[in-house]
Design a protein around this ligand. Structure first.
Ligand code: SF4
Ligand code: SF4
Length: 719
């Protein structure tokens, strides 16, 4: 990966008496080292990618402490890594994006939770829920409930979050339950500071290894008949032990308010938004001190019935603030109070919406309804006025535009190698007709948006080929599955390729080999170009993914007999190859590898290289495409075929041309797609390719002089 986290790595070294400043997710990273973690693993994904990215770049420092870091091939392998804490007194932490990552890890998590752990086992999940999310809207709490895992959900405050890393390890060790530390998107990106402590080198590590393995202990296996005993241990010993620890360490917090007849129970991660909403009613000050008592659940599972009863008893009504559905916490609180004979009215879903992120606005609307019912004497005019102004502004915008704003879906980067592949597929359909496209997770899922609109289903990361297995036999023509190299290694090679080969499936797989898991932050994989190759490349603008052939060798080794490798930017060749895959007599698995290095990574290499040449005033050439506006017919078929953000429109300046003409903005990286598309789709000949030469040499100048003279001659001597 070419993004440098050297500043963050430097902050990991801070010790007693120093201050850490930065994002929540990096504070958690530091918290792990202060808590004496022995091993860390995971699979990247927003909003927790930085945790692993930083630790991978801090490997040298971690080796000094004896902390092992593993970039795992998927979340299942990360969860399995926690098996080290079953027998050994090792604190281990893994991280991934939830809910999708937790789904992948579920098998290993169940098998970990059943025997339980000796050393603290911590799973740091990025709870990708709400308006900034990129995955299915489900909650991790369901996994904690079904597998009997601790679920920690700390208030988003850096010092508090760091404390809860240590507390979660302690809770895991006291209860033998693995613990999930849940961080919402806002918690990962909240900024702040905290006083650091010295990092703790683990007692057992690569520097101080165990002399002998643990003695054989059948009860540590997740296998019948001991699994029956494990279930009883969960109920009879582990959950009670966790509850005792939660009380002893005062992990949940009560913020007292001026009145005691009403109250709010909130999951820790929602606390900041709640106090902002309360402030709109004048029920919290600028520092978050509330007028209504708030019970903050920093530990969401298990709940401690005595704490719930103590908070709710004597109150007329309590609002439960729990985002998403089903309302697990609200239901459990209702059951706890019913068993204790407490008749406090519990509200939650009803005033608050069942689905969707609890933004400050959503919370304010819920609070307004709750207060109207239970405290009508309170003046709500300030908050209600603010909410009314929000509604009025929305109505004004809609009225001004006539219609809602046009959607602005995410798009491939400028010059992305995946864009030409979907342009080629679009063109191939002119010959082979409509086709079923099994899509996947990755940057290529942007092709499901305009102008490509390709992809019938997405069943998970690396699952496209597997997801067409039921479609192929029911379809009168072949089906194509699209997969990135990230998805291929995540599990596509096993769930898709192995299965299709074993079953002799007649299918087409298109692998977008860009060299990185680009969508999660361009992390490196086994098929990433080697650093030596990058350093040695004289022309840094060249795509380097061809230099790593591990995917192709793997496919050949597995028995793929129809394998084509095509440069992603060769639109005509790609179109012909897709057409061949759909029409060949070969009835087995056909694999097309589209090779083109992730343009984002390529530009990270190219830009500093160009800047260096510029500083040294050395010759370098930048390729740019442009449109001759006199030739452009204004039908914009080039835009419909490409979708590149730098391919735009402008007024023609010609009174006889009503439609705007196409134009290429300055961001063009000269990927060549405009020229390829014009050729492959026989578009109007308005595109030109220009080479912008900086610090030209005498040959460039001589050539320019000759060309200039020739041009003037053709123009009859005019300049
Ligand atoms: S990150 Fe790379 S692969 Fe993803 S859209 Fe950008 S250039 Fe394409
Ligand atoms: S050549 Fe065309 S597609 Fe490529 S970056 Fe430039 S404008 Fe975009």
């Amino acid at each position: 990966m070419e993004v440098s986290f050297s500043r963050e790595v430097g902050m990991l070294r801070r010790g007693n008496g120093e201050t850490f400043e930065g994002e929540g997710i990096l504070a958690i990273t530091k918290g792990l080292l202060e808590a004496g973690v022995a091993y860390v693993g995971g699979y990247q994904g927003a909003p927790v990618s930085h945790l692993l990215d930083v630790l991978v770049q801090a490997k040298d420092y971690l080796a000094e402490l004896g902390v092992h870091v593993e970039a795992c091939s998927n979340e299942a392998s990360a969860a399995a890594m926690l098996g080290a804490s079953i027998h050994y007194p090792l604190r281990g932490a893994v991280t991934w994006k939830s809910i999708v990552g937790t789904n992948v890890a579920a098998d290993a998590l169940s098998n970990l939770a059943s025997p339980g752990v000796t050393g603290g086992a911590l799973i740091i999940v990025g709870e990708d829920y709400g308006e900034g999310a990129s995955v299915i809207q489900e909650r991790t709490l369901a996994f904690a409930l079904k597998s009997t895992l601790v679920l920690v959900d700390p208030r988003p405050d850096l010092a508090h979050m760091v404390r809860f890393v240590e507390e979660a390890f302690g809770l895991s060790e006291a209860s033998n339950m693995p613990a999930i530390l849940q961080l919402r998107i806002r918690a990962c990106h909240v900024r702040g500071r905290f006083a650091t402590r010295d990092n703790v080198a683990p007692a057992v590590s690569a520097l101080r290894p165990l002399a002998e393995p643990a003695a054989f202990d059948y009860t540590r296996l997740s296998h019948p008949p001991v699994t029956f005993r494990h279930e009883k241990l969960k109920a009879d010993e582990r959950l009670p032990a966790a509850r005792r620890r939660i009380v002893e360490r005062a992990l949940n917090e009560v913020f007292e308010g001026a009145r005691d007849d009403l109250g709010i129970v909130v999951l820790g991660g929602l606390h900041n938004s709640l106090v902002r909403a309360l402030a709109a009613f004048g029920l919290a000050d600028a520092f978050g001190a509330p007028a209504l008592p708030i019970f903050v659940l920093n530990v969401v599972h298990p709940l401690v019935p005595e704490e719930i009863v103590a908070f709710c008893r004597g109150k007329r009504a309590v609002l439960v603030v729990e985002e998403g559905q089903p309302e697990f916490v609200e239901q459990e609180i209702l059951a706890i109070l019913a068993r204790a004979g407490v008749d406090t009215a519990i509200e939650g879903k009803g005033p608050l919406p069942m689905a969707g992120e609890y933004t400050v606005e959503a919370l304010a609307r819920g609070l307004s309804a709750f207060l109207a019912r239970h405290a009508p004497e309170l003046d709500r005019s300030g908050a209600d006025g603010w909410l009314a102004s929000v509604d009025a502004r929305r109505a004004e915008v809609t009225k001004a535009l006539g219609d809602p704003l046009p959607p602005r879906p995410p798009n491939f980067c400028i010059g992305c190698p995946e864009r030409p592949v979907f342009a080629a597929m679009k063109l191939a359909k002119q010959t082979i007709g409509p086709i079923h496209v099994a899509a996947d997770i990755g940057c290529h899922s942007f092709a499901t948006f305009e102008p490509f609109s390709q992809g019938h289903s997405i069943l998970g990361y690396g699952m496209s080929l597997a997801s067409r297995a039921g479609v192929s036999p029911a379809m009168g023509k072949r089906v194509i599955a699209v997969m990135g190299d990230g998805g291929f290694w995540h599990n596509g090679v096993v769930t898709g390729v192995q299965s299709a080969l074993f079953n002799g499936d007649d299918a087409v797989l298109l692998i977008l080999k860009n060299g990185y898991t680009s969508a999660t932050g361009t992390q490196e994989i086994i098929s990433t170009p080697d650093e030596e190759v990058k350093a040695a490349a004289a022309d840094k603008t060249r795509s380097l993914v061809h230099d790593n052939q591990v995917i192709e060798r793997m496919l050949e080794g597995m028995g793929v007999r129809w394998l084509r490798t095509v440069d992603s930017y060769r639109v005509d060749e790609m179109r012909a190859t897709v057409e061949e895959a759909f029409t060949t007599d070969f009835a087995g698995l056909k694999v097309i590898v589209a090779e083109g290095e992730c343009q984002l990574e390529r530009q990270r290499r190219v830009k500093p290289w160009r800047a260096g040449l510029e500083r040294e005033r050395r010759r370098h050439v930048r390729v740019k495409y442009g449109v001759d506006e006199d030739v452009c017919s204004g039908d914009h078929s080039c835009i419909r075929l490409s979708g590149c953000p730098t391919l735009s429109v402008k007024d023609s300046g010609d009174p006889l041309k009503v439609d705007p003409v196409a134009t290429v903005l300055d961001g063009c990286v000269g990927c060549g797609l405009c020229g390829e598309n014009a050729h492959a789709a026989t578009l109007c000949p308005s595109f030109y390719r220009a080479e912008v030469i900086r610090h030209p040499n005498w040959r460039d100048r001589a050539l320019a002089a000759v060309r200039g003279a020739f041009g003037r001659m053709l123009r009859g001597g005019r300049a």
